[in-house]
Design a protein around this ligand. Structure first.
Ligand code: GDP
Ligand code: IMO
Ligand code: MG
Length: 432
């Protein structure tokens, strides 16, 4: 049953790209199933740093086929640029190696403008979206008026539907958001032209994925965002507009309730969040500066997609246990343990206090307001000073770092199979 799923266990940016890059070597198909170019997945191979937003990171390995499933929303402009970027980096992108689901939806320039207009109108109540048009594209999908990738194949019909879409959203920007009327012809022509460039890659994904599974090919799924940003299970309304958890994966691949072999929860050794919303263990001051970095290192906590400084805090095990409950992780992959080096002590949130009661699990379905009423309670663990970048075996880690990993296992009851100690492929400890 070779379906392996990589899921961000926090609010995104846990290092999923790095994890997928590692596992893609042993996979035949690598699939993105949700989200769009709000995602930013980084893979570091020697001096080369790839930043992928739409195409599955595993495509960098020549043995794989990249699949983009029906749960995604695709902006043809950024997708065509990404194809170009990869080709320049000598990654082969051909219709044999990249399959795009005809049932995925399209993001248009008007979705982007609408996302930005909605955010400005919200003022202080902003979600802090990436401004990539994600919410408006999924809104159109749910309202059954979205533009699907498969429509591109019928050029005349597609042009007509796209024209109606541009007119309708253009009108809404003027009437609902008081924007000056714009001539949208150039935006539309460019969009139509780029959309046609995707034509050779468009496929019916379901039959291909099903037959691959029947042939025992290994399918690796690269989740985007993180469990706490899921539209249903995440910290609503400060979430993205798609599923981000393991449950949505089989549907987006068209394989029914196919059982996964592994569901790998990717966990950063601390907590980060971009955008607004409750963050119980958030820090500021010196420790926040230590965790975030200054932006000098490529791995410092500044958004891969928007460059925004990420909010940082201590690891929150109550939320991690919740992420496990809603995903059913079979194992954990801890990233960025190296970043904790140099701290005298490390705090970990193990419980919340609410209305005088101590809670070690949450009786919530993600509601941000309910989370905002919780006060984190911490346990303090000893820190370590050593640089971990050279560690390759669990025994190479200082005792305090080993204790930190064991503490996470103990508190979540999920085995930590991998510990990453740097962004490079080889900066890794694999445990049996
Ligand atoms: P993703 O969205 O989950 O793929 O994560 P991002 O790529 O947005 O952010 C993770 C960042 O951390 C990237 O710059 C990675 O190269 C980097 N990274 C991943 N694992 C490690 C690690 O163990 N140590 C360090 N220092 N950086 C890491
Ligand atoms: P990866 O895949 C971190 C956040 C945004 C915002 C909220 C809604 O790299 O982990 P959206 O543009 O999706 O409507 O924004 O979700 N967000 C992410 N945060 N990593 C991501 O992707 C994210 N994708 C969306 O910051 O708070
Ligand atoms: Mg990211």
């Amino acid at each position: 049953m070779p379906l392996d799923i990589v899921i961000g266990a926090q609010w995104g940016d846990e290092g999923k790209g790095r994890v997928v890059d590692l596992l893609a070597d042993m996979s035949d198909l690598v699939a993105r199933v949700n989200g769009g170019d709000n995602a930013g997945h980084t893979v570091t191979v020697g001096k080369k740093i790839y930043k992928l937003h739409l195409i599955p990171s595993g495509i960098i390995h020549a043995n794989t086929i990249g699949v983009m499933g029906s749960g995604m929303v695709l902006n043809p402009l950024t997708l065509v640029d990404e194809i170009e970027m990869l080709r320049k980096a000598e990654v082969e992108i051909s219709p044999e190696r990249l399959w795009i689901s005809d049932a995925a939806h399209l993001i248009t320039p008007l979705h982007r403008l609408m996302d930005q207009a909605k955010e400005s109108a919200l003022g202080k109540a902003q979600i802090g979206t990436t401004g990539r048009g994600i919410g408006p594209a999924y809104t159109d999908k749910a309202a059954r008026r979205g533009l699907r990738v498969g429509e591109i194949l019928d050029s005349a019909g597609f042009d007509e539907r796209a024209r109606e879409h541009f007119q309708e959203l253009g009108r809404q920007l003027v009437e609902w958001y008081g924007q000056p009327a714009k001539n949208l012809d150039d935006l539309m022509e460019n969009f139509l032209e780029k959309a046609q460039e995707l034509r050779p890659f468009i496929r019916r994904i379901g039959p291909l994925v099903r037959s691959s599974l029947n042939e025992n090919k290994v399918i690796l799924v690269e989740g985007a965002q993180g469990a706490l940003l899921d539209i249903d299970q995440g910290t609503y309304p400060y979430v993205t507009s798609s599923f981000t958890t393991a449950g949505g994966v089989p549907n987006a691949l068209g394989v029914g309730l196919y059982p996964a072999r592994k569901i790998i929860g990717v966990v950063k050794a601390f907590q980060t969040r971009v955008g607004a919303g409750t963050f119980p263990t958030e820090l500021d001051g010196d420790i926040a500066g230590h965790l975030r970095g200054t932006g000098k290192n490529p791995w410092d906590e500044f958004g891969t997609t928007t460059g925004r400084p990420r909010r940082v805090g201590w690891l929150d095990l109550v939320l991690l246990r919740y992420a496990h409950e809603v995903n059913g992780f079979t194992e954990l992959f801890i990233t960025k343990l190296d970043v904790l080096s140099g701290l005298d002590e490390i705090q970990v949130c193990t419980r919340y206090q609410r209305n005088g009661l101590e809670l070690d699990s949450l009786d919530f379905s993600g509601d941000a307001r309910s989370l905002a009423t919780c006060e984190p309670r911490y346990e303090s663990l000893p820190g370590w000073k050593e640089d971990l970048r050279g560690c390759r075996a669990f025994e190479d880690l200082p005792e305090a770092a080993r204790n930190y990993i064991r503490f996470i296992e103990d508190q979540t009851q999920v085995q930590v199979k991998y510990v990453s100690v740097g962004p490079e492929r080889t900066d890794l400890i694999m445990r049996e």
